[in-house]
Design a protein around this ligand. Structure first.
Ligand code: HEC
Length: 132
């Protein structure tokens, strides 16, 4: 009995530790799905399918999130300087959706709170890609 209790205690501690280490949920699944479509239309020609890079740098992996990268720093570039050919030309909703897709591709989980344009611009949450 004692041994079983000890095991389950260890298991729950492990679950708690894994949860603490996992990145926060910052967007909804619906946003990421919509963002994938906008990305394909407005970004993929330079940044590549699957964000892997091409004429422009990859938007996935550790090279994309050097130390000091935040949600706000990426979102500001993305929403004010992209698409490089016509900066700021998309709607706020489209930029929110693309950011959700970028977060999803970098290993961030979807949740119940939508990412918002105004909050994302000044969000100091560190962005650390979970993708290789
Ligand atoms: C016409 C080509 C082109 C298109 C289209 C384009 N980009 Fe870019 N993007 C670039 C280039 C080139 C850079 C690198 C700029 C630099 O290093 O100064 C860049 C940089 C970025 C960065 C910063 C990357 C980093 O490592 O800091 C982000 C984020 C980004 N683009 C997102 C997007 C998104 C999202 C879209 C679609 C809405 C998009 N881009 C469309 C050419 C493009």
């Amino acid at each position: 009995m004692l041994r079983i209790a000890g095991l389950s205690f260890a298991a729950s501690m492990f679950a708690a530790a894994a949860q603490a280490a996992s990145p926060p949920a910052l967007y909804t699944a619906a946003q990421a799905t919509a963002g994938a479509a906008v990305y394909t239309q407005s970004c993929a020609m330079c940044h590549g399918a699957n964000l892997a890079g091409g004429a422009a740098p990859a938007l996935v992996g550790s090279g994309f999130t050097p130390a000091g990268t935040t949600i706000g720093s990426v979102f500001t570039v993305l929403s004010q300087q992209m698409p490089a050919s016509v900066p700021g030309s998309l709607t706020h909703t489209q930029y929110e959706d693309i950011m959700a897709y970028v977060l999803q591709k970098n290993g961030y989980p979807a949740g119940s709170t939508a990412i918002s344009y105004d909050k994302a611009t000044s969000d100091t949450t560190p962005l650390v890609s979970q993708a290789k």
